[in-house]
Design a protein around this ligand. Structure first.
Ligand code: NDP
Length: 244
């Protein structure tokens, strides 16, 4: 089991922009060893270089969370470098908004693959190591869309409800692994440009006018990670004060 003051080995998926990038920077600044994963190699390399230039510890690996082999390789690389895995932040996600009757089945599949299967692949890749260590922490980024359903968001909401269900199941079954769900409201990032139909994208852009910075969500994640090992913060909802 880890010490309170240890420098933790923290894996962050979707660390190339938005909340994942802010989380990697924040946790590295707190003295943790971060391992960044995403598909855009140039972006994670640049963020890792920035972190190292500021005196932090950061590795980066190309990662596609929809591919279980890629996620296993990501975890294996972190373990090979650091000998352990203390925290996994399952953050990679995408949002494509459109009414169900637009029948954008490709986008439904992509959201399920990244937001649900991606989270499961992450858990599968780190759980054996965390069990062997006798400690670990899985932080899953859900959304306020995991707490309420709105028009054009049925499938996105379904994926985020699923993230909360999976998290609660993991929590109940784990006496050694901490589980935290962080559910952001409107947060400045590249998420709005994901895809979906133009009307829905326009509505999200309007919401983004009141959005909080990604650092605000990173702060919530850092709070949960920073509690003593016997304290498991299970759920944090963080949204703009002005969000209805
Ligand atoms: P961004 O679009 O800025 O970041 C999404 C990240 O996910 C990127 O780093 C992207 O990297 C990564 N990603 C996407 N697909 C894959 C994949 N197949 N494999 C690996 N990485 C992938 O948006 P946010 O920072 O906002 O999103 C982060 C999380 O926060 C998501 O789960 C989102 O649902 C959630 N969220 C966001 C809210 C908001 O208002 N912004 C509100 C509530 C929740 P790359 O393209 O390089 O692979």
């Amino acid at each position: 089991p880890r010490q309170d003051t240890a420098s933790l080995v923290v894996l962050v998926t979707g660390a190339s922009s938005g909340i994942g990038e802010a989380t990697a920077r924040r946790l590295a600044a707190a003295g943790h060893r971060v391992v960044l994963g995403a598909r855009r190699a140039d972006r994670i390399a640049a963020v890792a270089a920035d972190i190292e230039a500021a005196g932090g510890s950061a590795d980066h690996h190309v990662l596609d969370v929809t591919d279980p082999k890629s996620v296993l390789a990501f975890a294996a690389a972190a373990r090979a470098r650091h000998g352990r895995i203390d925290v996994l932040v399952n953050n990679a996600g995408l949002m494509a908004l459109a009414p169900l009757d637009a029948v954008r089945t490709d986008e439904w599949d992509r959201m399920i693959d990244v937001n649900v299967r991606g989270v499961l692949h992450g858990i599968a890749a780190v759980l054996p190591q965390m069990r062997a260590q006798g400690s670990g922490h899985v932080v899953n980024v859900a959304s306020v869309a995991g707490l309420r359903v709105d028009p054009t968001a049925a499938v996105y909401c379904a994926t985020k409800y699923a993230v909360r269900a999976i998290s609660e199941g993991l929590r109940q079954e784990s006496r050694e692994v901490r589980v935290t769900v962080v559910s952001p409201g409107f947060t400045r990032s590249e998420l709005a440009e994901g895809s979906g139909d133009e009307a829905a994208r326009e509505a999200v852009r309007a919401g983004m006018e009141i959005a909080i910075p990604a650092e605000a969500v990173a702060g919530a994640i850092a709070y949960a990670v920073g509690r003593p090992p016997e304290v498991d913060v299970n759920e944090i909802v963080v949204r703009p004060t002005a969000q209805g």
